[in-house]
Design a binder for this molecule. Sequence first.
Ligand SMILES: N[C@H](CCC[C@H](N)C(=O)O)C(=O)O
Length: 359
Amino acid sequence: MAITATITVPLTSPTRRSLTSLNNLFLHSPRSTLPIPRRTFKYPNSRLVASSMSTDAPVKTPSASFLNRLQTGFLHFAKYHGLGNDFILVDNRDSSEPRITAEKAVQLCDRNFGVGADGVIFVLPGINGTDYTMRIFNSDGSEPEMCGNGVRCFAKFVSQLESLEGRHSFTVHTGAGLIIPEVLEDGNVRVDMGEPVLKASDVPTKLPANKDSAVVKSELVVDGVIWHVTCVSMGNPHCVTFGREGCQNLLVDELKLAEIGPKFEHHEVFPARTNTEFVQVLSKSQLKMRVWERGAGATLACGTGACATVVAAVLEGHAGRICTVDLPGGPLQIDWREEDNHVYMTGSADLVYYGSLPL
Ligand SMILES: N[C@H](CCC[C@H](N)C(=O)O)C(=O)O
């Protein structure tokens, strides 16, 4: 059965441009947030065929923005990524119920049979006076409380939808409470991620508290190996480790995440499962981290995980409150501010393409 997928790629030049292949366009998509003319490509059987297009072909820019859902019965979305942690974003401002189910989200996140993503994020109407609400489904269909890279993508998407320019911020209701992203002049996004939660039962973890009510550099046996872990919630649970018995400076590139990650994620001491961050200390202000995410597996970056990593590093004495966290997808700047105990995260969030699929 032929499925027609529509892919719309934002172009930097609004009119004539010789295209050698659609792929090239993906590589050169601008980091713009301004509504700019787009060219819509329709391909039968959802196969994208690299094709050259003449510079003489007149460009018909759709009169209305692609995102105003001219066609019903289709799911219109924008594909964004935050350091390679990628998401399908859905404009859901006209309803307080997500447009698709968690089961459909699993299909869309499939990297062979769907769009491919680490999750699906919905821009919903605000609650209790906030500007918006954010909900997210992981690629396994579970619904986490919060997503750091995702909320930066959310902010850039909202800027696009509302045609906002320059520096601006808004309030977002999330499962982790009030989150305030600010889009900066350079296109990066700075997010007030709120306060870390350290009380063991609130992370949640069944590990016994060993520092006030928190779990700090505590022993956790995984597959017969004793790991030293610190547990932190950023609205979602994180288990952060800097090493194991007899090996206090992890070489994170050598870890077999697909083997060890699920054993942490599903460990019985984490009743809500957990995200797990494996950290190598490069200096008092630079940490190298690899992550196995709850409900998404190994991802190229994790924003809440980077925040939890810096909190754990401070609690264990490895680093200061202002750190660069190096992830496979790129760096995040994290600042756990003493004045208000809030964690601030700054990083990029980039549009890749717009798309639509029959529901
Ligand atoms: N998988 C996570 C949610 C996404 C977190 C991550 N992508 C981020 O950037 O914070 C969880 O189930 O808690």
